[in-house]
Design a protein around this ligand. Structure first.
Ligand SMILES: Nc1nc2c(c(=O)[nH]1)N[C@H]1C(S)=C(S)[C@@H](COP(=O)(O)OP(=O)(O)OC[C@H]3O[C@@H](n4cnc5c(N)ncnc54)[C@H](O)[C@@H]3O)O[C@H]1N2
Ligand code: MOO
Length: 420
């Protein structure tokens, strides 16, 4: 029996890392880049904040009327069906007026409460007779006033480093008059799809060629306001892969490859990482699909080698790359999301964590995960029909209704959402 040549791809001593341990290691390998930039608020959606934001003024900035009506001082008898002369009106945007004793002052919603007033009475609870306002009995003292600072007091920290700025934060910061924010600079990611069989979408196929789906899929999955993605396709040539890895590692925070990770004669990625001066800490992870997954470094860049099968690529990206990108941008880990599994895995004897594309829906107030298609790491259709990937622990007899962690396709906290 002949032994494999030393640089052949049979690697009997490859250690299979546990899925949870590999995820922890991936996160621990990453430090925030410490590159920041100032961007206008209008361009900040989806970015990760690098500095705290302190409220420069209160919200509301001054005491305001919460309804269209009349500002009075209740001690002047306005609560007892008194008729008070109307002296002036304050619209939203007008400077604050002063309430003369024994008078009513018109105020529109958002208008500054006149000095000396303690209550606003809605127009509907009054009658106007000539120049006087007649009040129905019983207005509640202090009603229909928005107090300065009741929403946000001046000087409080409204957003912390690591917060993702979504539409709600943009609204709050705009109300505070903040025109620009300091955010993490874009995370630079190189995606090298390796494979001599790959052709770009839009080109004709011939022979055994296929269209590259991993590159465009990863660009879409990892791309966003806080990332810059460079896509390169490299043939199954060890020297070409090594050269491209070395170039990518010089300019990027994260270098990702797809394919060429297994034991085939043209699987060169691991050797190419070594050729480019890189090292690998993990070369196989106990997950299905996606077992030939490598974690390491090339120079200052983090290296993640994903297998070629598209479903394995998507699972690796959701479980490893997205959390690593968050960590590079200084975002703390989010809480895992759980759903009730509406699919059976039977009594699994597999020692690998299964990653199952699932469709998410809500039933009777519960988040439900249903398997989105047949198994097979080459299959893209189940992914396209799914909203998330469910993480099914190894050796678990998954009972219908059991809670499983799900990795939503639309990252929580972005407008992507999850479930349809
Ligand atoms: N003898 C063994 N064979 C295989 C093993 C094994 O342990 N022993 N593992 C299987 C598993 S699991 C996976 S996953 C794949 C991983 O293989 P590679 O990372 O070496 O990937 P390739 O063989 O190069 O490609 C696999 C598959 O994916 C297609 N592919 C590659 N790149 C793209 C792309 N950019 N877009 C679309 N599709 C792509 C490629 O054509 C192959 O069909 O190995 C198993 N085999
Ligand atoms: O790990 Mo492979 O991704 O099962 O096909």
């Amino acid at each position: 029996m002949s032994m494999p040549a030393p640089d052949c791809c049979h690697r009997p001593h490859d250690v299979l890392a546990g899925f949870d341990a590999a995820r922890e290691l991936a996160r621990a390998m990453v430090r925030p880049t410490a590159r920041h930039e100032i961007v206008p608020l209008a361009a900040a959606t989806g970015r990760i904040l690098a500095r705290p934001v302190v409220a420069p003024h209160a919200l509301p900035p001054f005491d305001q009327a919460a309804m269209d009506g009349y500002a009075i001082r209740l001690g002047d008898g306005g609560g007892h069906a008194a008729a008070l002369p109307l002296c002036g009106t304050t619209e939203a945007g007008d400077p604050p007026a002063r309430l003369a004793s024994g008078t009513a002052h018109g105020v529109m919603t958002g208008g500054a409460l006149p000095e000396g007033a303690d209550t606003v009475v809605m127009i509907e609870a009054t009658r106007r007779i000539g120049g006087r306002i007649l009040f129905e009995p019983g207005p509640t003292p202090g009603s229909h006033i928005r107090r300065a600072g009741e929403d946000v007091p001046a000087g409080v920290v409204v957003n912390h480093p690591g917060d993702r700025l979504d539409w709600a934060q943009i609204g709050l910061l705009a109300a505070l008059g903040i025109g620009a924010v300091c955010v993490a600079a874009p995370i630079r990611i190189a995606v090298l799809t390796t494979g001599s069989e790959l052709r770009p979408a839009g080109s004709m196929l011939s022979g055994g060629a296929i269209h590259d789906s991993n590159g465009p899929m990863l660009a879409a999955l990892l791309g966003g306001p806080g990332t810059e993605i460079e896509l390169v396709t490299v043939p199954d040539d060890r020297a070409a892969i090594a050269a491209n890895l070395a170039i990518a590692a010089r300019g990027c925070d994260l270098v990702v490859t797809t394919a060429g990770m297994s034991v085939g004669g043209r699987d060169h990625v691991r050797d190419a990482v070594a050729d480019s001066g890189g090292t690998l800490d993990v070369v196989k992870v106990a997950m299905k699909p996606g077992k030939p997954l490598a974690l390491g470094r090339i120079g200052a860049a983090i290296f993640v080698g994903l297998p070629g099968n598209p479903q394995a690529v998507a699972c690796g990206a959701l479980a490893f790359l997205r959390p690593m990108i968050d960590a590079l941008a200084g975002r703390p880990p989010g809480s895992p999301l759980f759903a009730a599994a509406a699919f059976a895995q039977g009594a699994r004897v597999d020692r690998r964590t299964a990653l199952v594309p699932v469709h998410l829906s809500h039933r009777q107030g519960r988040l439900i995960a249903e398997q989105a298609g047949p198994e097979g790491s080459h299959r893209l259709a189940p992914l396209a029909a799914a909203d998330a990937v469910a993480v099914v622990p190894p050796l678990a007899g998954l009972m219908p209704g059991a809670l499983v962690e799900v990795l939503p396709f639309g990252a929580p906290g972005t407008s992507g959402g999850y479930g349809r």
